[in-house]
Design a protein around this ligand. Structure first.
Ligand code: COA
Ligand code: AMP
Length: 630
């Protein structure tokens, strides 16, 4: 075991104030914090800072203006562009001036529905600079989901681009924005559209404005100075799936976020000024917020903004080429991406041909990393492959192997050890710690460390619910166990959230959509195993008397989830069944459905209302399977 890791973790729980007080020195404060932690005010009370200043201005002031800050590498457009810290500061300032011209002030919300282009990064940093609260909505969500976020965040301005590019397909964003605004109750004052070469969007005056024209008009405006922000002022809202159709708006605060991310770069990943770091995620997810945009810039490193996919843009060698060409030191991706690459290039011929340059380690997160995928990647790359675990709510890793503290202990199937700052307990239903090796609810002792959420936007009660089942503990919603060596194993969720290709989705939300369709008497959506995406949603529907034929119902259900939730839901399989398996008290036996969908052996539970139902469903699945093969 690494002594440095053990010492850091011990220090963080023994005296969190001393630990995080020291960590806060990595940040440039306009006014240093007066207190490290207070129950009501959270972390770094009295401190005043600006996150964009910490990401940009201070590096330029320190003479690092010419160092590379952002590399946009886009195999889907064939473009590659480097921005130095001075250039990124200037671009951010321009967008900040644009927003100011539109009347955006401290505390106003700005929604971004944008692809992986540099303008998205400029816009996030510009909001941070002027104290506006950004809320980035992932491009794979449908208009209705965007509308829900608009109504909750109540933004003054919405920023978008004419299109996203998904592999070889151009996805028009503006029509989706128009539809979302028509669905939303909240009136957005202005929509600013960045026109991309691949597609020009139609603009409707006076609401819609062209990004480039607005930029030209505001070119002579003074560049807004970084707004002084209290440590607990909100930096952004990021919506994530809860267990209902209403997304949860996780609020991130300036102070704790900056301190925690800077600490994580130095102590987990081993990244500092001048190093190149690549998180292959999307800015619409928390990984993108933390490790594409904020963390690398906070520590003066170079971040890679990659607009492409692990496969098909144009081949499964694109990750390795991007790593080698950009001299990436640490790479972070989701296991699903590695499985997709392996499927197309099982012998890793592309990896062998390109090599991994100066890469030191590969980190995985977003879903459980299956041991087989880790073994393959370690063998083919010759590098440590480190699984680590966290959530949108936390904002940065909570379980990991702290590589930068000299720890290399790994066990395939485990996400590692509690990261300094996090005191985990695995609790049973009675609220008591379960014995080592036994499974239970994975919880973290309150208070959560800096960077973690302290409220949900417009929904304090929703936040409080996370602490209700186990008083004094945050309930992560995951189930798992500690083993005898102290490794923490995360085995799945205790609620109806599933992870599809590293994307967090709620089966409960999909059920709400399916249940509303004509001809559906009852339904259940479960997560079935998938060789590439880890999990995929599968719907089971019971038709009403007189409903359309089974094929029509299936098409209708799939189309409805895609239209209402978005392509990202990836619901492609629905089965029409005569009944759902239920207990005598009417609870749907979802585990049984999961086993049936996976084709696993199952035992009929003693509590089942009608023991014939599993057999009927198995027969319906077999019939569907046979007809697919014909
Ligand atoms: N804008 C618009 N549509 C999007 C989108 C975006 N930003 N992102 C995804 N979509 C669409 C896709 O085009 C696809 O649509 P389709 O059903 O018409 O083909 C659908 O949403 C599902 O996308 P995805 O889950 O990405 O599946 P895929 O089959 O296109 O690709 C992988 C599979 C494994 C290659 C891909 O999911 C991947 O790279 N995953 C890594 C995820 C990741 O990094 N997560 C970060 C969390 S740490
Ligand atoms: P998100 O908020 O989108 O980051 O999703 C968080 C959820 O993804 C967690 O609660 C876990 O269920 C799952 N998850 C993330 N990383 C891992 C991991 N390394 N191992 C297992 N599950 C993970």
């Amino acid at each position: 075991m690494s002594d440095s890791y053990r010492q850091a973790w011990d220090a963080s729980v023994r005296d969190p104030e001393a630990f995080w007080g020291a960590a806060a020195r990595a940040i440039d404060w306009f006014v240093p914090p007066e207190r490290v932690h207070g129950a009501d005010e959270g972390w770094f009370g009295g401190g005043v800072l600006n996150t964009a200043h910490n990401c940009l201005d201070r590096h330029v002031a320190a003479g690092r203006g010419d160092a590379a800050a952002l590399i946009y590498d886009s195999p889907v457009t064939g473009q590659r562009r480097e921005y130095s810290y001075s250039e990124l500061l200037a671009e951010t300032g321009r967008v900040a001036a644009m927003l100011r011209r539109l009347g955006v002030a401290k505390g106003d919300r700005v929604v971004l529905y944008m692809p992986m282009i540099p303008q998205t990064v400029f816009a996030m940093l510009a909001c941070a600079r002027i104290g506006a609260v950004h809320s980035v909505v992932f491009g794979g969500f449908a208009p209705l989901e965007l509308a829900k976020r608009i109504d909750d965040a109540a933004p003054r301005v919405l920023l978008t681009a004419s299109c996203g590019i998904e592999g070889s397909r151009v996805i028009a964003y503006k029509p989706m924005v128009d539809e979302a605004l028509a669905l939303a109750d909240h009136p957005v004052e202005r929509v600013v559209v960045f026109q991309r070469d691949a597609l020009q969007a139609g603009l409707t005056a006076p609401r819609d404005l062209d990004w480039a024209e607005l930029g030209a008009e505001s070119a002579a405006d003074p560049l807004p100075a970084p707004e002084p922000m209290a440590a607990n002022d909100p930096l952004y809202i990021l919506y994530t799936s809860g267990t209902t159709g209403t997304p949860k708006g996780v609020v991130r605060e300036h102070g704790g976020h900056a301190v925690a991310l800077a600490w994580s770069m130095a102590n987990i990943y081993g990244i500092g000024a001048g190093d190149r770091f690549w998180a292959a995620s999307d800015v619409g997810w928390v990984v993108g917020h933390s490790y594409i945009v904020y963390a690398p810039l906070l520590v003066g490193a170079t971040t890679i903004l990659f607009e492409g996919k692990p496969v098909g843009t144009p081949d499964p060698g694109t990750f390795w080429r991007t790593i080698a060409a950009n001299q990436v030191k640490i790479f972070f991706t989701a296991p699903t991406a590695i499985r997709a690459i392996r499927k197309e290039d099982p012998d890793a011929a592309f990896l062998a041909q390109t090599g991994t340059g100066g890469l030191r380690a590969i980190f995985l997160a977003g879903e459980r990393a299956d041991p087989d995928t880790i073994a393959w990647l370690e063998e083919k790359s010759g590098l440590p492959v480190i699984d680590h675990w966290w959530q949108t709510e936390l904002g940065w890793p909570a379980i990991a192997t702290c590589f930068a503290l000299g720890d290399l202990r790994r066990k395939r199937g485990s996400a590692g050890f509690p990261v300094p700052g996090y005191a985990f307990e695995v609790l049973g239903e009675d609220g008591r710690p379960v014995p080592t090796g036994a499974s239970g609810s994975v919880t973290i002792k309150a208070p959560l460390p800096p960077g973690a959420f302290r409220t949900l936007w417009n929904n304090q009660a929703g936040f409080d619910r996370n602490f209700e089942s186990f008083p004094g503990h945050y309930e992560t919603g995951d189930a798992g166990h500690f083993d005898a060596e102290g490794f923490l194993h995360i085995m799945g969720r205790t609620d109806d959230i599933i992870n599809v290709a590293g994307h967090r989705l709620s089966t409960g939300q999909m059920e709400e959509i399916v249940a509303q369709q004509d001809g559906i008497a009852e339904c259940a959506v479960i997560g079935a195993d998938d060789a590439v995406k880890g999990m995929i949603p599968v719907a089971f529907v019971v038709p009403r008397a007189g409903a359309a034929d089974a094929d029509t119902l299936v098409r209708q259900v799939i189309a409805a989830v895609r239209a209402e939730l978005g392509a990202v839901a990836a619901l492609k399989t629905a089965h029409v069944v005569p009944q759902l398996p239920k207990t005598r008290s009417g609870k749907i036996l979802r585990n049984l459905l999961r086993k049936l969908a996976n084709g696993e052996p199952f035992a009929t539970p003693a509590t089942i209302e009608d023991p014939a139902v599993p057999g009927l469903i198995a027969a319906a699945l077999q019939k569907a399977h046979d007809s697919e093969r014909v």
